[in-house]
Write a protein that binds this ligand. Structure first.
Ligand code: NDP
Length: 327
């Protein structure tokens, strides 16, 4: 067995230049753990937040939260996976940008034969996020309307297709006209270029002044206030990311003035902390992909060595859909 694995590690927070490739020891799994050899690893915006220090972690730390590959060994007490099995995950702790690793088994899911490693690595974290946004955050039913920011991104393109498959109208936003076309091609009923148009006024026009039932906002600082203006009375603001910077402190009284709005700030890792919930969420995601209701777009591929280049592209808003690293 190979005794080390090439792994992306940060020793300090900062720009993409702090991403270093190191050989890290690779041992046998302990109780509740598996050793998995990766065929592909996913890139996510959360990796940028961890690299820059917005989401603090103890250093040095390996990076990456999503990958797919083959189980090499299982520790005591692991019953849902066996050596030789194909598997994929979105999981804590970070450390997925690597050739192979030993990690807790709870959030690792058996991967159905019809889904490739690359597709799985491109969708686990993003697709499970869409699952909880549409099914576990606020009640949404056929005919409801949501506003979804950054609709042409990794999470975004999955959300556009997922909404359509559930009969939910999704109004997207994106930073270029080409990205808007891509979101609409994937099921968004409308898409607003929020760099050239005032998205709140456009949402008012599109909904005939009624507003939307929920806003799913991962852009944060730049869109937060405008997003509140897009909601119907009693609507739900789901703030789930900060690509443009964290949401500044705000006066909770504003929620009352704007129509008894509700607000939540969820994270995927609360949802997948429970093993059986995590596995059930993954089964629903696999079902959507296997049933061709959701197609995973891998629009960028990089070698593990090119990880800094991959981060630069994601932060510069140059990517669409999902990005993977091939170890
Ligand atoms: P994306 O592929 O969506 O990339 C981020 C996109 O955000 C960019 O492409 C860009 O799209 C948009 N954006 C707007 N303003 C900025 C800015 N100032 N700098 C950079 N990008 C900006 O990333 P992911 O699919 O990985 O993640 C999408 C979001 O969802 C992230 O914010 C992420 O943190 C969040 N997330 C939250 C989770 C949770 O559970 N809370 C779980 C998973 C993801 P455009 O050019 O169209 O504006």
């Amino acid at each position: 067995m190979q005794k080390t694995a090439r792994t992306v590690v940060i020793h300090e927070t900062g720009g993409p230049e702090v991403l270093k490739i190191e050989d890290r020891p690779l041992g046998d799994p302990g109780p509740g753990e598996v050793r998995i050899r990766h065929h592909a690893c996913g890139l996510n915006f959360i990796d940028v937040y961890q690299r820059t220090g917005l989401y603090p972690m103890e250093l040095p730390h390996a990076l990456g939260m999503e990958a797919a590959g083959v189980i090499e060994a299982v520790g005591e007490g692991v019953t849902h996976l066996k050596p030789g099995q194909r598997a994929a995950y979105a999981a804590v702790p970070a450390g997925a940008y690597c050739e192979a690793r030993v990690m807790p088994a709870s959030q690792v899911c058996p991967l159905p034969g019809g889904i490739s490693f690359e597709t799985a690595a491109a969708m686990m974290l993003k697709g499970l996020t869409v699952e909880y946004l549409f099914h576990r955050t606020t009640p949404l039913k056929r005919g409801d309307t949501v506003l979804f920011h950054a609709a042409a991104g990794g999470v975004g393109l999955i959300a556009c297709q997922w909404a359509k498959s559930e009969g939910i109208k999704l109004i997207g936003t994106a930073g270029t006209d080409d990205k808007c076309r891509l979101a609409q091609f994937n099921g968004a009923t409308h898409c607003i270029n929020y760099r050239t148009e005032d998205f709140a006024s456009r949402v008012a026009e599109i909904t005939g002044g009624k507003g939307v039932d929920a806003v799913m906002d991962s852009v944060g600082a730049d869109t937060f206030e405008g997003s509140l203006d897009c909601l119907k009375p009693l609507g739900m603001m789901i703030s789930f990311g900060n690509a443009s910077g964290p949401v500044p402190p705000f006066n909770i009284g504003i929620l009352g003035q704007k129509g008894s709005l509700k607000i939540t700030r969820p994270t995927l890792f609360t949802h997948i902390a429970d093993h059986s919930v995590c596995q059930a969420m993954a089964r629903r995601l696999f079902g959507k992909v296997a049933g061709a209701e959701v197609k995973i777009h891998i629009d960028q591929r990089f070698e593990l060595d090119q990880v800094a280049e991959a981060h630069r592209a994601l932060e510069a808003r140059q990517t669409t859909g999902s990005t993977i690293l091939v170890p």
